[in-house]
Ligand binder design. Structure first.
Ligand code: 0WD
Length: 256
């Protein structure tokens, strides 16, 4: 059964229509899932609600959740529990680093910049998993979005690469902890896609160009391609898969 009409998913990190989280929302909506959106600040409330109105399922729910706050994470999932009860998965599509730390040399990263990137981009997955676990009474699937810059050096990605390495390791430790509750935890390593966050990465255009000329598929990937892999990971299609990083990157990562 490929339908997710009896499932509920929390999608964190839709900023606008280009967001990878939005690609995931569209893919899940197409197979009938009920969607719950969280946004970082009031600034995103209206845009997220307007986007959600374009979905075919019109029963979406919305919550503000600032993942830099344990209280906010706890309150959000408590409220979701009160409103819907059981959830079947979470898509964590959140990252942040100071713009100044996404160019030049990694050696110049400040302590504050280092901690901020890890706080929002890596620890948040741990806090979210802990808060979501009690709601996943039927088991479930948690996914996060990572990038090749956590596995090897990518020019300008700097502190975000180090934070993604921490995210990747956190994902694996969480997979080990939550497996006994039949909760799977995986990551999608997306190829570069032009989004609001991507704008912060220095010389992003040349990263895109490199993929277009060198990746096995000789093109960049789309939000929809990330969405369909998210559908696979969030559904029972991937039942035996946990602690995994799936690269949706036109094959670029296999190159030396
Ligand atoms: O090329 C790309 N775009 C790739 C992105 C390649 C590989 C991975 N990724 C990852 C990113 O690192 C991130 O983890 O995908 C995830 C989603 O990023 P995105 O879709 O590229 O970017 P965007 O549309 O900007 O969404 C990121 C959102 C934030 O948007 P703003 O405008 O605030 O930067 O992360 C959220 C926020 O919605 N966010 C927060 N959410 C809750 N609490 C917080 C916070 N404190 N900070 C940022």
């Amino acid at each position: 059964n490929f339908s997710l009409s009896d499932k509920t998913y929390v999608i964190m990190g839709v900023a606008n229509k280009r967001s990878l989280a939005w690609g995931i929302a569209k893919a899940l909506d197409q197979v009938g899932a009920r969607l719950i959106f969280t946004y970082a600040s009031e600034r995103f409330e209206k845009p997220v609600k307007q986007l959600a109105e374009t979905l075919s399922g019109n029963s979406s729910l919305f919550y503000q959740c600032d993942v830099s706050s344990d209280q906010s994470i706890q309150d959000t999932f408590k409220q979701i529990q009160a409103d819907v009860g059981t959830i079947h998965g979470v898509a964590h599509c959140i990252a942040f680093a100071e713009r100044d730390d996404l160019k030049g040399e990694f050696v110049d990263t400040s302590r504050d910049g280092f901690l901020l990137a890890h706080n929002i981009s890596a620890y948040s997955l741990v806090g979210v998993a802990r808060a979501a676990k009690p709601l996943m009474t039927e088991g479930g699937s948690i996914i996060t979005l990572t990038y090749l810059g956590g596995e090897r050096v990518v020019q300008n990605y700097n502190i975000m690469g180090v934070a993604k390495a921490s995210l990747d390791a956190s994902m694996k430790y969480l997979a080990n902890d939550l497996g006994k509750d039949n909760i799977r935890v995986n990551a999608i390593s997306a190829g570069p896609i032009r989004t609001l966050s991507a704008k912060g990465v220095g010389d992003f255009n040349s990263i895109l160009k490199e993929i277009e000329t060198k990746a096995p598929l000789r093109r960049t990937v789309t939000q929809e391609e990330v969405g369909s892999t998210a559908y696979y990971l969030l559904s029972d299609l991937s039942q035996g898969v946990t602690g995994e990083i799936i690269h949706v990157d036109a094959g670029y990562n296999i190159l030396g």
